[in-house]
Design a protein around this ligand. Structure first.
Ligand SMILES: C[S@@+](CC[C@H](N)C(=O)[O-])C[C@H]1O[C@@H](n2cnc3c(N)ncnc32)[C@H](O)[C@@H]1O
Length: 335
């Protein structure tokens, strides 16, 4: 079994490195070294590996449709295909209608309480406490509908994120605190350091067993060396890998007027940002949920990458954008 085969077979069986290592009777580091090609199992260990992989139950088949039966009987307006649905309504009322543990990836980019106008919606709460209480209500629902191997990415203002981080880390594992760094827009601040980033929290339901497709998001590893460096720790010395998993500072330009993906929305996120999140933390056929979908960037990316998608949005204008981007031009189902 090659290192790549080993990793692919383990992932197909939905076994974590820790779990497979335990079954084979080696440390997680040893298994990691086998998967990296830095060491090779002995014939006896290979036999135990094969046996453990065969004995692991296959993960449940992905359902084909969407878990939206309860949404159909509510007061929401729904646009759907078998693989994607847009619901026009309030995320707080819609989330409780989803079954437990049905979402593999949740991308939540709520209003930030900074006074923006999203069509008829004004993004301003009476005070920070009221905003946090509102966030905790929908975040509790997100945690309920997240699958046991699922990931939640949360975007928030730099001001609110510390409190949300404190609240979340008592309930779920926070794996990374990501900075989305972008080029400055418009007028530069003159009497303070202008904002050039937004925080993103990457959380997983189970820190020892979650989807993370490192190959799918690999970026070039710049060493600065002119010649390829050779890794002599490998059984057969070979050049160091020329790719790596990106660190937690991500540079993506903001979406601007005249860019092909631009939509009329004050807080549209770039497709490149969502591509990294969806490719890393979900697999084909998985369900991606976006409770505050805006222009449905997450939906456009998720469906393009073969994921199922469910998105909520409270404003008609943005629902119309989402229907166009996702090709959900079918008849309205108003119930
Ligand atoms: C920050 S924007 C999301 C932008 C989105 N990620 C994109 O790339 O276009 C937040 C969105 O949440 C919507 N919204 C506000 N309150 C909502 C609620 N209670 N339920 C559903 N959507 C809501 C707003 O209309 C706005 O479009």
């Amino acid at each position: 079994m090659t290192p790549a085969d080993l990793k692919a077979r383990r992932t197909r069986r939905a076994l974590s490195q820790t779990e497979l290592a335990r079954r084979v009777g080696v440390s997680r580091t040893t298994l990691w070294r086998w998967e990296q090609g830095r060491a090779a199992p002995s014939p006896e260990q290979s036999r135990r590996l094969r046996q453990s992989l065969r004995a692991a139950p296959s993960p449940p088949q992905r359902p084909n449709g969407l878990p939206i039966a309860q949404l159909r009987s509510g007061a929401a307006t729904l646009f759907e295909t078998p693989k994607a649905a847009i619901v026009h309504g309030d995320a707080l009322g819609l989330l409780p209608k989803l079954p437990e543990a049905c979402c593999d990836l949740i991308f939540a980019d709520p209003p930030y309480n900074i006074g923006k106008r999203f069509a008829a919606f004004h993004d301003r709460w009476p005070n920070d406490a009221a905003y946090l209480t509102w966030c905790e209500r929908w975040l509790s629902q997100c945690l309920r509908v997240l699958s046991p191997t699922g990931s939640l990415y949360l975007m928030a203002s730099t001001q609110a994120m510390p409190q949300l981080d404190l609240w979340l880390r008592e309930r779920i594992a926070v794996l990374s605190r990501i900075i989305w760094h972008y080029d400055s827009s418009g007028v530069q601040a003159r009497r303070r350091f202008g904002s050039m980033h937004e925080p993103i929290l990457h959380c997983v339901a189970d820190a020892s067993h979650y989807t993370f497709n490192s190959e799918a998001i690999a970026v070039e590893a710049r060493t600065g060396a002119r010649r390829k460096l050779i890794d002599h720790r490998k059984p057969v010395p070979a050049p160091y890998s020329s790719t790596k998993v990106p660190g937690n500072v991500w540079y993506f330009p903001r979406v601007r007027y005249r860019m092909a993906e631009y939509e009329a929305h004050p807080s549209q996120k770039p497709e490149a940002l969502l591509e990294r999140i969806v490719a890393a933390s979900s697999n084909r056929g998985d369900l991606v949920l976006d409770p505050f979908a805006g222009t449905f960037t997450s939906g456009a990316v998720a469906t393009r990458l073969g994921r199922r998608f469910l998105g909520f949005e409270s404003q008609d204008e943005y629902v119309a954008i989402g229907r166009r981007r996702l090709g959900l031009s079918g008849p309205t189902r108003a119930t």
